[in-house]
Design a protein around this ligand. Structure first.
Ligand code: SF4
Length: 296
């Protein structure tokens, strides 16, 4: 398994895939870590659905921000958050929610001069326990919801649907996968392509996989998990499996797995024309169980 993941990672065309991924928007601001963090939060928050639609709506969002996400947040007229982004929308995500995010980011940067990395590290004890990553995501979730990890700001109440954009792995009931914040953390922490490595105090070994439907589909069929639902437990299980191959940087396989699905290079049924080139074919139950009948 590890050998095949390595092969997928080694042969993957990072350059062309980065160009169509939301992370490309974050790279535009890599010389200014605060601007990159802000762009990263916006880009990861709307990273749902079709990549072309995500890119189009991110481009439009950036245009409305005047091409300057840092200046947009720092100069944001908080009392007028409902009207600042016009009629912008992406699927169910509305302009007023993205305007309110600017309010919260302004409060977060006032409360945490070290930015979102400082928030992530707010509750950490220092030791790399299994709780390190969910604890950091929970701190990010609280800060983006309330402006601080331990204060509830009641002056500006969030619009409907806003709180659901930033779930915590410590949420009630069956904890959600928290794909957006895990993706944002991957962008900020990892140094290898396509990530930016802007956060210097968080080790990549603690990252968990940002589990979208593509990564889940392939992970399930190559045996990284046997769970039938996508929950935080599934995230932990897949991450633990990846960690066996690379304990220092377990999520370095994530981008290649996600884009294999996004690009259509992993069909719902095994096809020789597609699967024949797939490095994961020897581990894939779809191929192993069904291909002999279809290979011809
Ligand atoms: S063998 Fe085919 S179905 Fe299996 S992971 Fe590879 S591309 Fe996807």
């Amino acid at each position: 398994m590890g050998r095949h993941l390595e092969e997928l990672s080694r042969s993957f065309h990072y350059e062309s895939s980065i160009g169509v991924d939301p992370v490309a928007f974050v790279h535009r601001f890599s010389a200014d870590p605060k601007a990159a963090e802000i762009m990263g939060i916006y880009a990861s928050t709307i990273a749902v659905g079709n990549v072309l639609s995500i890119r189009r709506n991110l481009e439009e969002l950036l245009r409305v921000m005047g091409g300057d996400p840092r200046g947009f947040v720092e100069g944001f007229p908080r009392r007028r958050w409902r009207t600042q982004l016009g009629a912008w929308k992406h699927r169910w995500i509305r302009a007023e929610q993205m305007g309110f995010l600017a309010v919260r980011l302004g409060e977060v940067y006032e409360n945490y001069p070290g930015g979102l990395e400082e928030v992530f590290l707010d509750d950490q004890e220092g030791a790399l326990t299994p709780d390190y990553f969910p604890s950091g995501l929970d701190a990010l979730s609280r800060a983006l919801r309330w402006g601080s990890t331990d204060l509830r700001h009641t002056f500006y109440e969030p619009p409907p649907g806003y709180l659901h954009l930033f779930p915590s792995p410590r949420g009630p009931g069956s904890a959600p996968v928290c794909k957006r914040l895990s993706l944002f953390a991957r962008w900020m922490v990892r140094t290898g392509a396509p990530d930016l490595g802007l956060w210097k105090r968080v080790p990549p070994s603690i990252l968990h996989v940002p589990l979208d439907t593509h990564v889940y589909w392939i992970s399930y069929h190559i045996g990284l998990t046997r769970r039938k639902t996508r929950t935080w437990r599934t995230v932990e299980e897949i991450t633990a499996a990846l960690r066996r191959w690379d304990p220092v940087d377990p999520v370095r396989f994530d981008f290649a797995l996600a884009h294999t699905g996004i690009s259509g290079d992993c069909p719902k049924k095994p096809l020789l024309s597609v699967c024949g080139k797939c490095a994961l074919r020897p581990d894939c139950d779809l191929w192993v169980r069904r291909a002999p009948r279809r290979a011809g």
